[in-house]
Write a protein that binds this ligand. Structure first.
Ligand code: ADP
Length: 169
């Protein structure tokens, strides 16, 4: 099966993929934005499970079941808070994408959906984050068997357009 990247505008909690990625905080204790939406949709079991796996540093990720979500798994990735760009933010952002993808082999994750990690409350400049997300995923797909399909799920139109522009480059 050809490996592919798809840009989708919508709600990540509705994605029928093997795993969705959450833009989590280090305590893995739920929060606002996409994190809140995922916990609401998955139900309280998700919080119970994720809390036990924290703390999780920026650049790292943990995995739980998906509970009431259509996805089998939630991968809780902690992106960096944007502090001006001189604090290793780019490397940490790339690292949390790779850490998420690296569960694919052990958990037989063929399809995975990512939100635009760090671009909301964590303040990462959208175009820079988009470039890192797409570049890191492309490199991963070139050198690894799984996953086969990666969805970038963009909640708003501005994010959707940024991803489309970057993928067309
Ligand atoms: P962070 O703290 O990592 O910046 P946020 O949740 O604040 O995370 O924002 C990350 C991105 O997730 C933003 O583009 C935001 O619009 C988007 N987002 C919020 N809710 C959802 C959702 N239900 N599905 C997909 N993306 C979402």
């Amino acid at each position: 099966m050809a490996k592919q990247i798809q840009i989708i505008q919508g709600d990540i909690t509705k994605q029928h993929v093997d795993a969705i990625v959450n833009a989590a905080n280090s305590a893995l204790s739920g929060g606002g934005g996409v994190d809140g939406a995922i916990h609401r949709a998955a139900g309280p079991e998700l919080l119970k499970a994720s809390r036990k796996l924290g703390p999780c540093s920026a650049g790292e990720a943990r995995i739980t079941e998906g509970y009431r979500l259509p996805a089998n798994y939630v991968i809780h990735a902690v992106g960096p808070v944007w502090r001006g760009g001189e604090q290793g933010e780019d490397a940490l952002l790339a690292s949390c994408y790779r850490a998420s993808l690296s569960f694919a082999n052990d958990y037989d994750i063929q399809s995975i959906a990512f939100p635009a990690i760090s671009t909301g409350a964590y303040g990462y400049p959208l175009n820079k984050a988009t470039q890192i997300a797409i570049q890191t995923v492309k490199e991963w797909l070139e050198t690894n068997d799984l996953p086969h399909v990666v969805h970038f799920v963009c909640f708003d139109n501005k994010t959707y357009r940024a991803y489309q522009r970057e993928l067309e480059k």
